[in-house]
Design a protein. Structure first.
Length: 174
């Protein structure tokens, strides 16, 4: 980041933003405690570039005293003011912080301790699913239809002239 300002202050401001957005609670670590600010800085750099990281730090510096306050109400008001002034950038930064938080192994552990099965890398083992139960899994909302597997019948496609007619994927047309 090409910024002649104090990098320690910049890091403290980003950490204060993360602590305000993700303060933690009983059984849940705060965003700052799991290092979301470092991941957030990297995401801003990778997706938006150095100039946007400098812009974010500049926005935080504009109200640094309030953001670094010990009073949660003052910090929250400071963040709300930034959101009101620049909802697009704030929204992107907020979402990036939330994603970084919920991808953190310590937060995943907290999710699991709450009784919700959640894996950082689910494609390795997947999630255990109960076997299909006709009574439990039959739709009851009255919309659509359902055909039991043993009632499925072959559809004759010989009359469709598929060798001459082609379908078009309209989403790929330029």
């Amino acid at each position: 980041m090409n910024d002649d300002k104090d990098p320690v202050e910049a890091a403290r401001l980003l950490a204060a933003l993360v602590e305000t957005l993700l303060p933690g609670a009983a059984g849940w670590p705060s965003g700052g405690a799991v290092g979301v600010q470092a991941e957030l800085a990297n995401r801003i750099l990778q997706h938006r570039g150095e100039a946007v990281l400098a812009e974010v730090i500049g926005a935080l510096r504009a109200n640094a005293a309030a953001l670094l306050s010990d009073d949660e109400t003052v910090r929250t008001a400071s963040v709300a003011q930034w959101e009101a002034n620049d909802p697009d950038l704030f929204g992107w930064v907020r979402d990036a912080a939330y994603h970084a938080y919920y991808e953190n192994p310590f937060v995943v552990q907290a999710i699991n301790l709450q009784g919700h099965p959640y894996k950082l890398v689910p494609h390795l083992t997947g999630y255990r699913l109960p076997r299909f139960d006709l009574q439990r899994d039959t739709p009851r909302h009255g919309r659509g239809g359902w055909i039991p597997t043993d009632a499925v019948r072959r559809v004759a496609v010989e009359s469709l002239d598929l060798t001459e007619q082609r379908t078009t994927n309209r989403s790929r047309k330029q």
